[in-house]
Write a protein that binds this ligand. Structure first.
Ligand code: TTP
Ligand code: MG
Length: 363
């Protein structure tokens, strides 16, 4: 097993807008400034997309049901989302990135990686470059963001979160070792909630604990992933910043063994397909606001029907409900079906678990 070395010569910047949707609302409606607000969640059974920092003080956060937000923060103001405004702001910030580098990998509307090792401004110091981007963004959009600077993607992303809002955090190659040793296990790239729980049962709570494990032991305990953990805890993440790497949709489709016209049988297929789609979305850490049902009839006519929600569908149950709803609403039009497909679009990376677990910094 040959050891991979970390490429520590790159300069990667991660930019993430602060309370993005809520900040756009507070900017466009000055009466909301300095107020505890949530975007979405106002309607019955609705989930909020995000909350202003004033509301977060009360424990309100993304994906929380509106009633819960209200219970935590009784004076909270619910604002309906205006996606056009968020997309417009997103385009503005991407145009700014473009002035610095073409190596931009957007992760969602409000977040991107930039490789500025070589950059269009010939700026040798990435920290100054990140500050310049922050200033440009503020000048142009009156919105604040947080930046993380490091030599690889996963550390840059963690860094941008450290001093939110309006932060700029640099983790130099020489600081990475201490940083990673003190990092809570669930914050490592590639370690999900389930793995983190398993690791804690084995007394692996932070990077230092994980680092004590040999490559062989990790491989025995976690299979192929174990080898990956071995590298990641040593700050080895050589993934390149991939320009234009945004997926517009993620979908699955199945040609049926035989054509089906029975409604119940089709619904059963659809539920199964929802599960497959959900697994694929989960794997990509990507969730959609829009679900599209595609059916091909026996005479090869393709019918597609879409439904958009104002929040991202992050549970299997939600995806299934939307898929069945789409089917029920339109079933008269279908007849005999030979292929069935389901896709999610208006994608957004699910927020990595960042709350809870304090990181300690020794530098
Ligand atoms: P985030 O960057 O995760 O959150 P944020 O920008 O609101 O707050 P901060 O970065 O300062 O912690 O997400 C960007 C936007 O994506 C957010 O403003 C609203 C939307 N969003 C959802 O619609 N649903 C979600 O579950 C999350 C996490 C975000
Ligand atoms: Mg953000």
């Amino acid at each position: 097993m040959s050891d991979i070395k970390a490429n520590k010569n790159r300069k990667i910047v991660h930019i993430d807008m602060d309370a993005f949707y809520a900040s756009v609302e507070q900017r466009d409606f000055p009466e909301l400034k300095d107020k505890a607000i949530a975007v979405g969640g106002g309607e019955r059974r609705g989930v909020i997309t995000t909350a202003s920092y004033e509301a977060r003080k009360y424990g309100v956060k993304s994906a929380m049901p509106g009633f819960k937000a209200k219970a935590l923060c009784p004076h909270i103001i619910f604002v309906p989302p205006r996606f056009d405004a968020y997309i417009a702001a997103s385009k503005q910030i991407r145009a700014i990135f473009k002035k610095y580098t073409d190596l931009i990998e957007p992760l969602s509307l409000d977040e991107a990686f930039l490789d500025v090792t070589k950059n269009k401004k010939d700026m040798p110091i990435a920290t100054e470059l990140a500050q310049a981007i922050k200033d440009d963004i503020y000048k142009e959009t009156q919105l604040s963001c947080s930046a993380g600077v490091s030599y690889c993607k996963f550390i840059a992303k963690l860094a941008s979160d450290i001093q939110k809002p309006n932060g700029l955090t640099v983790i130099k190659p020489s600081q990475a070792e201490v940083f990673l040793e003190n990092l809570a296990i669930e914050k490592f790239f590639g370690i999900g909630k389930v793995t983190a729980r398993r690791m804690k049962q084995k007394n692996i709570h932070n990077g230092k604990d994980l680092k004590a494990w040999s490559k062989l032991d990790l491989a025995q305990e976690y299979g192929k992933a174990g080898r990956f953990y071995y590298d990641v805890v040593r700050g080895i993440d050589n993934r390149p910043v991939r320009a234009d790497h945004v997926r517009k949709s993620i979908g699955v489709e199945r040609t049926l063994q035989e054509n089906i016209s029975d409604t119940e049988a089709l619904k059963t297929r659809l539920r199964k397909l929802s599960t497959t789609l959900f697994k694929r979305l989960e794997k990509n850490n990507n969730f959609g606001r829009t679900i599209t049902l595609k059916l091909k009839t026996k005479d090869f006519q393709t019918i597609t029907r879409s439904l958009s929600k104002e929040y991202h569908l992050i549970n299997l149950e939600e995806i299934q409900t939307v898929a069945i709803e789409l089917f029920e609403k339109n079933k008269e039009a279908f007849g005999e079906i030979r292929l069935i497909g389901l896709s999610a679009s208006n994608l957004q990376k699910e927020k990595a678990e960042t709350e809870g677990g304090q990181i300690s910094f020794d530098f």
